[in-house]
Design a protein around this ligand. Structure first.
Ligand code: AVJ
Length: 318
């Protein structure tokens, strides 16, 4: 059944226009590429939650272990009474660990997915009654303004190695924007995934159950649904590769045959084995991470790691 609702008459939102622009320009490049932030529609956010529970996907477990084991140590260095500003909070699964350790005076989760933001804010309000929570729906690829009622000093929280999605130059820009938003007395607690053996890295992005493949392919479903696309999903397969020179895991969607399709009325052609590059996940060794933070305007104070040394959490000050 297909009813015409008021929604059909509404103008496309800024988000829709940005998606259209990123997809049409991305598919027109010599190496087709679509930025990874478009993975996270409702289905994509659910699939990412599933990824975090996979045996091969170590980052979430390792970071939780770090926050759990060293929470008190972190709280001692951070001190009580800061307003915690979480970037890309998603389902905020790690947030309770932080909030119960640092005694914040308020919590500001920032995410592009309004739906997930409201859901998780609701859950946290129950768990932390009395803590003011002010969700902000925003894309932190541009400058974010904090709600006027929020008071410094701030603690930026950027877990999950989300920073790894960005090229080094973009990561430096984002860190500088954070420093500007959070002010001179701010601190930043940031999760950064480490360089390690390919035999651990690759399965984390190409799991046996094929959940990461579904997550990657869901982007094509989203294009077909939201941008009037005709991409044959069965012509593409998920690929993960380790790019040593650029120290990153790349995800691609590889055409298994010559394929033509339309998106929003525009025709595209790809040859067999050509790929759409959908994600970079940069990995840093401890010195690389410290240099990145410094270039972004943050002075590293402390690094914690899990027992297996897979993942790092850094505390830095502005
Ligand atoms: C959410 C960006 C940290 O790069 O590890 C997981 C996303 N992609 N599996 C990552 C992701 C494929 C994840 N980040």
């Amino acid at each position: 059944m297909n009813f015409m609702s008021d929604m059909d008459l509404v103008e496309p939102t800024l988000g829709d226009l940005a998606f259209r622009k990123d997809v049409l320009s991305g598919l027109s490049q010599l190496q087709p590429a679509i930025p990874p932030r478009w993975f996270y529609d409702h289905r994509g956010s659910e699939l990412f939650e599933d990824i975090t529970r996979l045996p091969e996907y170590y980052p979430t477990r390792a970071e939780r272990e770090i926050l759990h084991t060293h929470g008190h140590d972190m709280a001692r260095l951070i001190g009580p009474g800061r307003t915690v500003v979480e970037y890309g909070s998603g389902s905020s699964a790690k947030t309770p660990l932080l909030l119960s350790a640092v005694e914040p005076c308020a919590y500001v989760p920032i995410d592009i997915s309004g739906e997930f933001l409201m859901e998780s804010a609701g859950a946290l309000r129950e768990q932390f009654p009395g803590l003011p929570i002010h969700p902000v729906q925003a894309d932190f690829s541009s400058q974010v303004s904090l709600p006027a009622s929020m008071q410094p000093p701030y603690l930026g929280f950027f877990p999950g190695s989300t920073i790894g999605n960005l090229l080094v130059t973009e990561a430096v820009d984002l860190l500088r924007r954070m420093a500007k938003t959070l002010g001179p007395d701010a601190m930043l607690l940031i999760g950064i995934d480490r360089v390690k053996d390919e035999r651990i890295l690759l399965p984390a992005y190409d799991d046996a159950q094929g959940v990461t493949a579904q997550f990657n392919l869901n982007l094509l479903e989203r294009i077909n649904r939201d941008l009037d696309g005709t991409i044959p999903l069965n012509a593409f397969r998920h690929r993960a590769r380790w790019n040593t020179k650029q120290s990153r895991v790349e995800m691609h969607l590889e055409a298994m045959r010559d394929v033509s399709f339309k998106v929003d009325g525009y025709a595209f052609k790809m040859q067999a084995r050509q790929t759409i590059h959908t994600e970079n996940s940069h990995k840093y060794d401890p010195r690389g991470a410290a240099v990145l933070l410094s270039a972004g305007g943050w002075l590293p104070m402390h690094e914690w790691t899990d027992a297996s040394g897979l993942f790092s959490v850094f505390l830095a000050r502005a």
